[in-house]
Design a protein around this ligand. Structure first.
Ligand code: SF4
Length: 356
């Protein structure tokens, strides 16, 4: 199997270039071909010598993985399905496997969401997920492996809209802070001048609150943060989100309070609404107490029913009343429009399933 150039920094690319007999300065040129011009093959890197390209191609490939399926929703949302191979190819190589010595194929999904003049790509950071949130189809399928930085960046390059993308959210399959080193590298590529050159304001990472790596994310990046709250009461939250056992939402919020969200950087809280479970006045008032004084937004999300989960979504009228109660208490709250429901691309529905 050839090694991937994608996911590497200019310094690493320089070392690769030199090892293949190319001049050191070509490291920067290769980075430009990968992340700015976004070529799919080494052959297209035409300012590298022909022999240099041939030598490079003996061991390396660009590493963009083409989708095996694309579905388009009636609202324009597009869901891309990518194959991934689980191997033991090293931390920043191909996907790491949880089954030692065994090669497995799995699938991941990325969702492109158009909205006025924006095109946001919702990307996956893992194949499957370890966190086991009861209301999530990804959590149901268990964990297959971490995506490498190359696997993550490939999602941006393989979609038809690659040059039109304006924003990204790490909100697809997986818990990004459970794969922090690879996600950190992907964010570096997105925001570096030598990479995509995006402002950190265009990137949002969504987490259920894995505290040690949340601290790293807040220290090491300037990108936005979204936290999956879903219930303000620890016992109730724990009953649908096992993570609460190890990392309490109160501690997550205490940590967030140590950072500045009054300027360019924003924090939001995702709140999926389950009828009769987390949508009462008591819950709204507890959210107000929990988030008091924090500059933030609460996004209320309609739940998409999945098998073997006892709750269905809260009605629109109840959601509006919940939103208004939060707003009256000084918490900015919005009901988030559901996108791509007809192609199972909406929140919590990503399962890497192939359309038959
Ligand atoms: Fe994992 Fe997120 Fe699903 Fe929870 S909601 S199981 S963290 S993908």
């Amino acid at each position: 199997m050839k090694k991937k150039l994608l996911g590497k920094t200019p310094t690493e690319l320089k070392d690769i270039a030199v090892s293949c007999g190319l001049p050191a300065f070509t490291g920067k040129q290769i980075a430009q071909w990968l992340y700015v011009k976004r070529v799919r093959s080494i052959e297209e890197m035409t300012n590298l010598s022909k022999t240099g390209r041939a030598r490079l191609a003996e061991e390396y490939e660009v590493g963009v993985t083409a989708p095996i399926d694309v579905q388009t929703s009636i609202d324009g949302t597009r869901k891309y399905l990518f194959p991934v191979t689980c191997t033991h190819d090293g931390a920043l190589g191909a996907i790491e496997s949880v089954t030692p010595g065994k090669l497995e194929t799995a699938a991941i999904e990325a969702v492109m969401i158009p909205d006025d003049d924006r095109k946001t790509l919702c990307v996956s950071s893992q194949s499957g997920c370890k966190m086991g949130c009861h209301f999530c189809m990804t959590g149901r399928q268990g964990f297959h492996g971490h995506l490498s930085a190359a696997d993550i960046i490939s999602q941006f390059l393989a979609v038809d809209e690659t040059f039109e993308l304006t924003n990204t959210v790490f909100m697809g399959m997986g818990e990004p802070l459970d794969n922090w080193e690879n996600v950190r590298r992907a964010i570096e590529i997105l925001t570096a001048d030598w990479g995509f050159g995006w402002s950190p304001k265009r990137v949002t990472l969504s987490t259920i609150g894995v505290i040690p790596n949340l601290r790293r994310y807040l220290d090491e990046s300037r990108c936005h943060l979204a936290v999956s709250l879903h219930d303000p009461f620890p016992d109730e939250r724990e009953s649908i989100m096992p993570v609460e056992k190890g990392y309490h939402i109160r501690d997550v919020i205490d940590l967030i309070r140590q950072y500045d969200f009054t300027g360019q950087r924003r924090v939001s809280f995702e709140y999926t609404m389950f009828s009769g479970f987390n949508d009462t006045k008591r819950h709204a008032d507890a959210i107000v107490q929990l988030l008091k004084g924090l500059e933030c937004r609460v996004n209320l999300i309609r739940f998409h029913k999945i098998p073997d989960f006892p709750y269905s979504t809260t009605s629109t009228a109840m959601m509006e009343a919940f939103r208004d109660r939060l707003t009256r208490s000084g918490i900015t709250a919005t009901i988030r429009a559901s996108r791509g429901e007809d192609i199972f691309a909406a929140c919590g529905l990503l399962a890497g399933a192939h359309k038959q």
